[in-house]
Ligand binder design. Structure first.
Ligand SMILES: Cc1cc2nc3c(=O)[nH]c(=O)nc-3n(C[C@H](O)[C@H](O)[C@H](O)COP(=O)(O)OP(=O)(O)OC[C@H]3O[C@@H](n4cnc5c(N)ncnc54)[C@H](O)[C@@H]3O)c2cc1C
Length: 488
C-alpha cells in the first residue's frame, strides 16, 4: 500500500501529529508495533500538564511546553477528554530550596508561564490544607493541569481515523529503505506485517527512537530509559491534594509528586531508575515503591497507603541531550523525527503536533488544504460525570446507558458498547478500560471483567472464541483452554 505520509509510533506524539494533519488533503498511515494506540510511555506517566517553568529558557522544550499547556483546555473540550486546570505547587523545605523557588520563578517568567507566584506558608496551607507543616513556601503555577493521557491519545487517533486516516497496529517497523529515483514512492517502510510505501516518513517512536533512527542513519543521540514507579490510591484519598504537589527538582528530575488525577484518585510517584536491560520493562519493585512512600510523605504526611488500589510504572525516553529532538533528519530529506520526547512531552504534545506540521511545510512536503469538510471534534458519553437530569434523558433514549456494568466507576453497558464499536476497536480488556474507564476502581475489573469478555465475544460473532480474548497486549490471552479440555 502507498501513502503520502507514514507516521511510526502511535503514542501521544504520533497521534498529535496525525491529528494535526487532518486539515490537509494527504493520505496518512499511523503504524504501531502494539495492538492499540497509547501502549508506550503515554499510558503510564504522571499525567501532569506542566506549566513550563522547569525547562531551560531558549530550548525547544521550554517553548513547546508553554505553548502546549495553553492549548490543552480547548483541545480536551473538543475531544471530550477529561482535563482539569488544577494548578501546581513546588514546595520548599529549607532556605536553600526557597532560593531555588526564586530561580524557578525567574525561569518560568522567561519561558512565558502566566501568573506564577511565590506563596508563603499561610497561603500555601490555604490552598493545600494537607501539606506538611515543614513546607516553608511554594511556587504556585495556576496554569498547570491534569489530564487522562491515554484518552487524549485515543481521541486524537479516533478523530484522525474518522477523517480518513489509517491506523494499523501489530506492525513493528524493521527497516526503512530509500527507493530509486523515478520510483512512484520515495521510501518503503518494512514491518513484520508487510511493507508500505510513502513519500514522507515521520518517526515518533519513544523509547525506540534511536533504534528506528538507526534504520536510516547512525543516531547522534542515545536513549537513556528511565523507569518511574507509582502508587494509585482510591478516591477516598483524593482530597489530600487539590493541586499537583511537587518537591524541588534535583538531578534525577522533577522528584516525587502527590497529585489528584482526573479520574478522582490520588497518584504518588514517580521514581527515576535508569534501566540497563529491556528499555520497556514496566515492572514495579518493593524497593522503589518504598522510596515513593517515604518521599511522598515528606509533602503530605497522612496518606493512607492501605487505600492503594494499584502500582504501576512507566519508562521515560530520556536522552543524553537536554532538549526534545524534533527535526528533519540531516542528509535524509523527507524523513522527520520527534525523538526522545521525555517529560514534559505529554504537556507539550499539542504544540509538538503543530510544530511537526510546520517542519513538514518548511521541508517542502506538499500539504494542500482539504477542499471538503473535516471535523476535529469528538463526543463521548461519560455517564459518571453527568447530572441526574442528563442521565435520565439519555437512558430514556437508550436503555443501555441505564445498565451499570462497572460498579466501582459507574460505567454503563452503553459506554462499553460505544467503546467496542469505536473507530479503533479495542482488542483487549485493557483497551476497553482505556476507552470506557472500566476496571479502574477498587476491584480493578474483578466484577465487570467477565461481563466485558461476554460483550467482546458477542461483537466477534458466531465464530468467536474466549481463547482469543486478551487482557492487554499481544500474547496476554486471558484463557488458555476451554473447560471441557481441562482435566479437573
Ligand atoms: C514515569 C513517567 C512520568 C511522566 N510524567 C509526565 C508528566 O507528568 N507530564 C508530561 O508532560 N510528560 C510526562 N512524561 C513524559 C510523557 O509520558 C512522554 O513524553 C510521552 O508519553 C511521549 O510520547 P511518545 O508518543 O513520544 O512515546 P510513546 O508513548 O512511548 O509512543 C511511542 C510509540 O512508538 C511505538 N514504536 C516504537 N518502535 C516502533 C517500531 N519499530 N515500529 C512501530 N512502532 C514502534 C511504540 O509501540 C509506542 O506506541 C512522563 C513519562 C514517564 C515514563
Amino acid at each position: 500500500m502507498k501513502y503520502d505520509i507514514i507516521i511510526i509510533g502511535a503514542g501521544v506524539i504520533g497521534t498529535s501529529i496525525a491529528y494535526n494533519l487532518i486539515p490537509y488533503d494527504v493520505s496518512v498511515l499511523l503504524l504501531d508495533k502494539n495492538n492499540d494506540v497509547a501502549m508506550g510511555s503515554t499510558r503510564a506517566n504522571s499525567a501532569i500538564v506542566h506549566a513550563g517553568f522547569d525547562p531551560k529558557p531558549g530550548t525547544l522544550m521550554a517553548k513547546l511546553n508553554v505553548e502546549g499547556c495553553a492549548l490543552y483546555e480547548e483541545l480536551c473540550k473538543n475531544l471530550s477528554v477529561p482535563y482539569k486546570r488544577c494548578g501546581s505547587v513546588v514546595l520548599a523545605f529549607s532556605d536553600e530550596e526557597k532560593e531555588l523557588l526564586g530561580e524557578l520563578l525567574d525561569r518560568g517568567n522567561k519561558n512565558g508561564v502566566p501568573d506564577l507566584k511565590i506563596l508563603n506558608q499561610e497561603e500555601l496551607r490555604k490552598l493545600e490544607p494537607c501539606v506538611s507543616e515543614e513546607a516553608l513556601a511554594a511556587l504556585y503555577a495556576p496554569s498547570a493541569g491534569i489530564v487522562s493521557p491515554w484518552e487524549l491519545c485515543l481521541a486524537q487517533a479516533e478523530v484522525f481515523v474518522r477523517n480518513g486516516g489509517t491506523f494499523i497496529g501489530e506492525s513493528e517497523v524493521t527497516g526503512i529503505s530509500k527507493n530509486e529515483q523515478g520510483s512512484s514512492s520515495k521510501f518503503t517502510v518494512t514491518t513484520n506485517n508487510g511493507a508500505f510505501d510513502a513519500g514522507t516518513v515521520i518517526m515518533a517512536c519513544g523509547l525506540r527512537s534511536d533504534k528506528v533512527h538507526g534504520f536510516v542513519a547512525e543516531p547522534d543521540f542515545k536513549i537513556v530509559p528511565t523507569r518511574g514507579e507509582y502508587f494509585l490510591l482510591d478516591k477516598c484519598e483524593a482530597s489530600k491534594a487539590n493541586t499537583v504537589i511537587f518537591q524541588c527538582p534535583n538531578k534525577d528530575g522533577k522528584g516525587i509528586l502527590v497529585s489528584p488525577t482526573v479520574h478522582g484518585n490520588l497518584i504518588c510517584g514517580p521514581t527515576a531508575e535508569v534501566l540497563t536491560g529491556d528499555p520497556e520493562d514496566t515492572a514495579t519493585t518493593a524497593k522503589m515503591l518504598a522510596v515513593v512512600k517515604e518521599k511522598a510523605m515528606k509533602s503530605v504526611k497522612n496518606i493512607s497507603w492501605r487505600d492503594n488500589i494499584r502500582n504501576f510504572s512507566g519508562v521515560r525516553a530520556n536522552t543524553n541531550i537536554d532538549d526534545f529532538i524534533i527535526r528533519e533528519i540531516p542528509d535524509n530529506k523527507g524523513i522527520f523525527e520527534a525523538a526522545g520526547i521525555k517529560s514534559p512531552g505529554l504537556a507539550s504534545s499539542p504544540a509538538i503536533g503543530r510544530y511537526m506540521v510546520g517542519l513538514l511545510k518548511e521541508g517542502g512536503v506538499s500539504l494542500p488544504e482539504k477542499s471538503g469538510g473535516y471535523d476535529m471534534t469528538r463526543k463521548t458519553v461519560h455517564f459518571r460525570y453527568m447530572s441526574n437530569e442528563e442521565r435520565a434523558q439519555l437512558v430514556s433514549k437508550d436503555p443501555a446507558y441505564g445498565r451499570i456494568v462497572c460498579r466501582c466507576e459507574g460505567v454503563t453497558e452503553g459506554e462499553i458498547r460505544d467503546a467496542i464499536n469505536s473507530p479503533i476497536p479495542p482488542k483487549s480488556l485493557d483497551a476497553v478500560k482505556r476507552r470506557a474507564g472500566t476496571g479502574m476502581g477498587r476491584c480493578q475489573g474483578g466484577f465487570c471483567g467477565p461481563r466485558i469478555v461476554q460483550m467482546l465475544l458477542a461483537k466477534q460473532g458466531e465464530d468467536s472464541s474466549p481463547l482469543s480474548i486478551l487482557q492487554d497486549g499481544t500474547g496476554s490471552n486471558l484463557f488458555t483452554s476451554r473447560d471441557e479440555e481441562v482435566n479437573v
